[in-house]
Design a protein around this ligand. Structure first.
Ligand code: NAI
Ligand SMILES: C[N+](C)(C)CC(=O)CC(=O)[O-]
Length: 364
């Protein structure tokens, strides 16, 4: 189940950094700060030690993921109970991660919790920031991490909505700051969206994308900033409609969740909305689907502004869908879809049965 790489050898020492002249922060003289990629940055697939700054739902999830991949992880979080919460989260996730298959050398023993931010990032080959979603906190914290982390180290932020351009304004080396937006829980959901800000160097985006891939993630490296990135733009559109319906008493939360889990959500686990709707057009595919249902995009079914379905948009959708279909016939696609639907349904039924058994044993 784990993707091809097995992660680094967690017992190996952290990759030695470059020989650096003395500097209060990281050994890079002020005159050299801000130059393009520092030559001695660790290769993305040679990373040994990851610092996780902020260890709540997402930071803790990252910690579990990196540990399962065999990295050494140093965490820091200012909350007094952060370490116990973190260790509980990792312990709760570990059986599932073990079931999926751990990388060589992976162990919860490879986690240490630092007393200070500076200590956490001092030996890191990569830093993942997962502090609360407040712009002032992100700006201040990213500047602090930037001041404390070795100058060649790339810093990723888990932000789910802020652009790196607005968060990197106080960093001295903003070119190494990227967004690395995960999906919850990061130890199971593979997607990470990587994007830089106006002051981010292209090498840092590339490095981060390569690193996340080496760490077993599915990466979308974006070449421009987009509010909400890609995944959240799609799911927030559904979320806005859900809120409209609840607000107006048109549908209950239960109905909305069932509408997704028993309907489109089940298909989206393996075919995205474009390929799913390609199949809605039968043998005519995306072209027929758009010609048939396209005009209804303008109906009052939705409260969202929909784009004008111009000829160019129609043709682009047909062309790009054909690229994704990559020569597969409708029959092949149907066979693939059905096989996957059954696999997901079987997997969910297995979990339901397990939980029912556990509940019966516990007398619930
Ligand atoms: N919860 C979710 O589903 C997702 C959240 N994110 C992003 O992940 C980031 C963290 O969100 P959550 O983990 O949900 O929040 P959370 O509230 O669960 O965790 C935040 C952690 O940051 C710590 N913290 C507070 N001030 C800090 C500081 N100055 N420096 C370092 N740590 C500090 C808190 O003690 C807490 O443990 C946010 O940027 C959020 O947008 C991204 C994807 C999904
Ligand atoms: C709720 N959220 C916007 C923070 C969610 C995400 O950013 C991604 C996810 O896990 O769905």
């Amino acid at each position: 189940m784990l993707p091809e790489n097995t992660g680094p050898d967690a017992t190996a020492p952290s990759a030695p950094g470059p020989a650096r002249p003395q500097d209060p922060a990281d050994g890079i003289p002020s005159s050299e700060r801000g130059v393009p990629r520092p030559g001695a940055a660790v290769d993305p697939d040679a990373v040994r030690t990851v610092a996780c700054v902020g260890a709540g739902v997402i930071g803790g999830g990252w910690v579990a993921h990196f540990l399962a991949r065999g990295y050494r992880v140093v965490a820091w979080d200012p909350a007094p109970d952060a370490e116990s919460r973190l260790r509980q989260l990792v312990a709760a996730a570990w059986p599932a991660l073990t079931g999926l298959g751990l990388a060589d050398g992976a162990s919860t023993e490879n986690l240490s919790v630092a007393a200070t931010l500076a200590e956490a990032v001092a030996e890191a080959d990569f830093v993942q920031e997962s502090a609360p979603e407040r712009l002032d906190v992100k700006i201040g914290l990213l500047a602090e991490i930037d001041a404390a982390a070795p100058g060649h180290v790339v810093i990723g932020s888990s932000t789910s909505g802020y652009s790196m351009s607005e968060m990197q304004v106080k960093a001295e080396l903003p070119e190494r700051l990227v967004v690395g937006h995960p999906f919850n829980p990061p130890y199971l959901v593979p997607l990470v969206e990587v994007v830089g800000g106006e002051a981010t160097a292209a090498w840092a985006v590339e490095w981060a994308a390569d690193f996340y891939r080496a760490a077993g993630k599915s990466v979308i490296a974006m070449d421009r900033e987009l509010p909400g990135f890609i995944g959240n733009r799609i799911q927030e559109a559904a979320w806005r409609e859900a809120l409209h319906m609840v607000d107006k008493g048109e549908a209950t939360v239960e109905q909305i969740d069932l509408a997704m889990t028993a309907g489109p959500g089940l298909r989206w686990a393996f075919f995205g909305p474009c390929l799913t709707f390609h199949m809605a057009g039968g043998e005519g595919g995306m072209a027929h689907m758009l010609d048939h249902f396209g005009p209804s995009l303008k109906s009052p079914w939705t409260r969202l502004e929909s784009p004008e379905l111009t000829g160019e948009l129609r043709d682009a959708m047909v062309r790009e869908t054909d690229e994704v279909v990559a020569g597969r016939s409708t029959a092949e696609l149907i066979a693939q879809r059905d096989r996957r639907l059954i696999a997901v349904m079987r997997a969910l039924a297995e979990v339901d049965a397990e939980e029912a058994g556990e509940a019966a044993k516990a007398g619930r």
